[in-house]
Design a protein around this ligand. Structure first.
Ligand SMILES: Cc1cc2nc3c(=O)[nH]c(=O)nc-3n(C[C@H](O)[C@H](O)[C@H](O)COP(=O)(O)OP(=O)(O)OC[C@H]3O[C@@H](n4cnc5c(N)ncnc54)[C@H](O)[C@@H]3O)c2cc1C
Length: 446
């Protein structure tokens, strides 16, 4: 089986577009859906335009970890809020989200990793989290049948998991019930400006007049914003994932070392993935941003499979046009869902590592395998800021950890759009950091 949401999936959200709305949100991932949710709760009329299907890209393809542990200190307070929103949502929506607070466990093979864990506990203490460092013996006691040489662990029991490709469409359906207008198969080609301000969006299904637009376009944001003359150094990496057949429970939550990561699924299997390995397609944007990515590249070089070109139509494919006319088919309609093939060799290594660590289970049998394009920024934290064009807000570059923080970030972005206090310091997420000579300071890659 491959990924369950595709262009062949029936369109579930097919609202008629209004001629006017207070806010148009571009992108039906968790950030767009939750931003729309909170804007609507605050009384605004909101339209979400999704070029493919809700949760068809990253928001449905991710591991499903809802974690505070290991976060950048600037993200952590938003994540703490996000977890409390997840809990309320789970209470309101019942089993539909697959939400469970079963903890996140990081596994260390070296003293150096343990030092990194220890350093991060400074942040967990600042937010009174229940994070604790585990000895080797405590770590092994948490994982039934484990024989791997782990020297210790970092565990946050209040961290959680949810089922991405079920949860995000369920949240979208609940947002629709609140009055958010959602339309799938509806690419936004560009923004209509009047006197230098946002006046509307041009979609493939017509124009919507509005004063406010939120770009929550995931891996497509750089392409979309570049057309408006706003440059962001966003790049994407391919991450492969697999779902195993049901198997006995060895750990109820989410755990990872640098070889492999696993998360208990609601269907009784595990989602498994490489702990650090990913594939990177070289394209024009990659060349243009090489310098700014050097700090992360140095760290990730050995865990990256470099590939010469992205599949046709991907945002940074060699042939993807950077300019287009708003009255013609745009690159967003030509590639409705980024659906890269998973790296089977990497997944086979994960099956081997898993079997070696848990010999009682044997080599896990896979019932599905897929991949997603993770959109990232050089310092591995997002851009959440107003753009230089009045009426335009950017919420993108969640850098591999936007699922868990999605509900909290949606609340923050909604208040940012409305000019209300967001309750958090967003200076680390400012757009200008990539152009004002600020040093690039990558967040923790724990
Ligand atoms: C394999 C993998 C594992 C991950 N694991 C985790 C995890 O365990 N925990 C965690 O917190 N995060 C995880 N992440 C990261 C997380 O999935 C993302 O950070 C998050 O989903 C980003 O949400 P988003 O709404 O910004 O983007 P997306 O989910 O990518 O949504 C953007 C949407 O915008 C649409 N779009 C783009 N351009 C246009 C346009 N012009 N018009 C209309 N629509 C448009 C796209 O079709 C897309 O659906 C993982 C990601 C991957 C790929």
């Amino acid at each position: 089986m491959s990924f369950p949401i595709s262009e062949a999936s029936p369109v579930r959200f097919a609202a008629t577009l209004p001629r006017r709305a207070d806010v148009v949100v571009i992108g039906g991932g968790i950030i767009g859906v939750m931003t729309a949710w909170f804007l609507r709760e605050r009384g605004l009329s909101v339209v979400v335009c999704e070029k493919g299907r809700i949760a068809g890209e990253q928001s449905g393809r991710n591991w499903g970890w809802v974690r505070q542990q290991g976060r950048d200190p600037a993200e952590l307070p938003i994540m703490v809020e996000s977890l409390s929103i997840w809990k309320q949502l789970a209470l309101q929506m019942g089993e539909g989200l697959g939400f469970r607070q079963t903890g996140v466990l990081y596994l260390a093979k070296t003293e150096r990793e343990i030092e990194g864990f220890e350093a991060w506990t400074e942040h967990s203490r600042a937010h009174q989290l229940d994070t604790r460092l585990l000895t080797a013996r405590e770590t092994m006691a948490m994982l039934k049948g484990a024989v791997a040489p782990w020297k210790g662990g970092l565990f946050t029991p209040s961290d959680a998991r949810a089922e991405p490709w079920v949860a995000v469409p369920a949240l979208a359906a609940a947002a629709e019930e609140k009055g958010v207008v959602i339309r799938e198969s509806c690419a936004v080609r560009g923004i209509d400006l009047a006197a230098g301000k946002v006046a509307g969006v041009v979609t493939e299904a017509g124009r919507i007049a509005c004063d406010q637009v939120v770009v929550a376009a995931g891996a497509w944001s750089r392409l979309f914003l570049g057309h408006l003359g706003i440059q962001i150094p966003q790049l994407s990496v391919l991450a492969s994932v697999a779902a195993t057949e049901p198997m006995p429970e060895i750990f109820p939550g989410n755990a990872a070392d640098d070889d492999f990561a696993f998360r208990r699924r609601a269907d009784g299997g595990y989602s498994i993935a490489p702990g650090a390995r990913h594939d990177f397609f070289i394209g024009r944007d990659a060349f243009a941003s090489l310098g700014v990515y050097l700090p992360v590249l140095k760290k990730d070089f050995r865990s990256t499979n470099f590939r010469p070109a992205a599949p046709k139509g991907f945002p940074d494919a060699w042939g993807t046009p950077r300019r287009w006319s708003l009255d013609r088919t745009s690159p967003f309609e030509r590639q409705r869902i980024l659906n890269p093939a998973p790296n089977r060799a990497t997944l086979a290594e994960v099956q081997d590592s898993f079997a070696k660590a848990f010999p009682v289970l044997g080599r896990p049998k896979l019932k599905a395998a897929w991949a997603g394009m993770i959109d990232s920024l050089p310092d591995v934290v997002p851009i959440v800021d107003h753009a230089p064009i009045p009426g335009l807000t950017i919420a993108t570059g969640m850098s591999g950890h936007g699922f868990g923080i999605g509900p909290g970030m949606g609340r923050v972005v909604a208040d940012l759009v409305m000019g209300r206090p967001t309750g958090h310091d967003l200076s680390r997420f400012r757009l200008s950091r990539f152009g004002d000579g600020s040093p690039i300071q990558p967040g923790p890659s724990l």
